[in-house]
Design a protein around this ligand. Structure first.
Ligand code: B12
Length: 474
């Protein structure tokens, strides 16, 4: 067995363990790109994915990895709120093992709770808010080269003695920097073949078409940001402003996007999992897809449709990717007025059914996500959703998934619950750490449904779709 060599920077991804199942196994794509950026600057880096490590070797020890790699800078990603406990506990463990290392956290959830993390968790030396590229370049110079001071690091919240210092949130990724990023290459990742070949993410309801997940997938997007306001989304326009000071949408240059695909294919990817579809990006996506075709790649794609899938988009998608590629829609509910209130990019039921038919006519698979217990939703409206599910079942081959809409930090619902008539069960960093509320619950209750009621209403819809109840909620 090879002992891992020392590195300057160790990047760690901590998944979530729930009832023996591993969740949050996908790393933020930007995390691997950050490591690539540092390697391009001559730094020695490794990424360790603690879930993959433990699957490969049940005796894996983080302490042993730290002892052999001896990183001076340890970088943890706290992107998804479900990682909160795992990341904080891991930071504490690292602090114990390596009292003199610098431990810095970044990612969406860390950005939403940056000050709280630095003031409450002594194991964490700093939090980089928002986009991490420039901040990490400067941070590496400060920590590894002794050049400059922590005050120079944009977007950093850190501790100076006993005081929490907030450097402000000012740096946001620009097109020129994005052009140099490499989101397709996993070269810094330990056990990268295992990561690539495992189905990491099973987003669909148990028993639904596609619920076995998809191995050999690369998680690539044409850009980042969003201009719409979906009330539950921690990536909504207002949330982007809070977590990343991003206005609108950034498109990555097509040459970079094509390099990402090539590098992902070299890593073994046979499918692309894409979730970036603001209306303004469709023209840009077209250019990327044309380049993918011209380059001769034969890939499957699993694609989240954020708004309407026009016939021309469906056509382009089906010509670019292999048969069996999938478009995923999120109508959330059957009542159109409610959908217009909670979803930033709504569509009518007729438009949805037409898009599903268009996609299936072109050999694509489709999937629809529904939920229940949405802000202001009544039990009668849940029945409208059940009827729409019945109609989809009767007229299409679409897969159906139903899950509660889980409260994202920094989402409109999290910031202004009173505006939507909901009461939050999870609000603070501590609430997320303790995973307050029901396991798998939405983290809020409405005037018509408490958390238990929301899970029951979801089960009612799952039954309408012929699927089994949510795990642990029967
Ligand atoms: C694409 C996407 C996905 C892709 C995954 C893409 C990926 N590998 O990153 C898929 C479809 C698989 C996915 C799954 C999930 N997602 Co999602 N996803 C998105 C989406 C649409 C875009 C994310 C994005 O633009 N990333 C780009 C930037 C922001 O991130 P990045 O480049 O990876 O990382 C940068 C920074 O965060 C930071 N950074 C990150 N880590 C670190 C660490 C350090 C040390 C530093 C310095 C910096 C740093 O620097 C990076 C470079 O700039 C957002 C919604 C939106 N419009 O934003 C939701 C979103 C991020 N997802 C969310 C959620 C909840 C999930 C799921 C848990 C459930 C779900 N909705 O399906 C799963 C988790 C799956 C898993 N991990 O196994 C929430 C997160 C809310 C929260 N705070 O927890 C969001 C905001 C909205 C939503 N509800 O869907 N998602």
């Amino acid at each position: 067995v090879l002992t891992p060599a020392p590195v300057d920077m160790l990047f760690l991804h901590v998944p979530r363990w729930r009832d023996g199942r591993r969740e949050i196994m996908v790393m933020p794509t930007g995390f691997t790109a950050l490591a690539n950026l540092m390697i391009d600057e001559g730094r020695s880096c490794a990424i360790s994915h603690l879930g993959i490590e433990r699957e490969a070797d049940p005796g894996f020890s983080l302490q042993a990895l730290l002892a052999s790699t001896r990183p001076r800078l340890v970088l943890l990603t706290l992107h998804w709120h479900g990682q909160t406990r795992g990341v904080i506990d891991t930071a504490r463990l690292i602090r114990k093992a390596m009292p003199r290392s610098t431990i810095v956290v970044g990612g969406l959830t860390a950005s939403a709770f940056a000050r709280d993390l630095v003031s409450a968790i002594s194991a964490i030396d700093g939090v980089v808010r928002g986009d991490g590229e420039r901040p990490l370049q400067v941070l590496a110079r400060v920590v590894l080269d002794g050049v400059g001071s922590a005050r120079d690091v944009p977007n950093l919240v850190w501790r100076d003695g006993g005081t929490v210092v907030d450097n402000g949130l000012s740096w946001v990724l620009d097109e020129a920097t994005a052009g140099g990023l490499r989101h397709g290459s996993l070269r810094a990742l330990r056990l990268r073949e295992r990561y690539m070949s495992r189905a990491l993410y099973a987003d669909f309801s148990e028993g639904a078409d596609g619920s076995e997940g998809y191995p050999l997938a690369a998680y690539l997007n044409a850009g980042r940001g969003c201009a719409a306001e979906c009330v539950h989304c921690g990536g909504a326009s207002s949330a982007q402003m809070l977590t990343s000071c991003r206005r609108g949408v950034l498109h990555y240059p097509v040459a970079k996007l094509l390099r990402d695909v090539r590098e992902a294919v070299q890593e073994g990817a046979r499918a692309l999992r894409m979730s970036f579809d603001p209306p303004a990006a469709r023209r840009h996506l077209r250019a990327w897809f044309d380049a993918i075709v011209a380059d001769g790649h034969r890939l499957r794609a699993i694609y989240d449709v954020w708004h309407l899938a026009s016939p021309s988009f469906v056509d382009l998608f089906s010509r670019t990717f292999e048969p069996g590629s999938m478009l995923i829609f999120s109508p959330e509910c059957g009542n159109e007025q409610l959908r217009y209130r909670i979803r930033g990019l709504p569509f009518t039921n007729t438009q949805l059914l037409r898009s599903l038919a268009d996609a299936e006519d072109r050999g694509l698979r489709t999937h629809c996500f529904f939920s229940a217990g949405l802000p202001s939703e009544t039990p009668a409206q849940v029945e409208e959703t059940a009827r729409l599910i019945g109609q989809i079942r009767g007229t299409t081959r679409s897969g159906i998934s139903v899950c509660p809409m889980v409260l994202d930090p920094a989402s409109p619902l999290h910031v202004h619950p009173e505006r939507y008539g909901v009461r939050l069960i999870r609000k603070t960093l501590r609430d997320y750490y303790e995973e307050r509320g029901l396991p798998g619950g939405p983290g809020y209750e409405t005037e018509h449904f408490d958390e238990q009621g929301i899970l029951q209403a979801c089960n009612r819809l799952l039954a309408a779709a012929g699927l089994s109840s949510l795990a642990g909620s029967a």
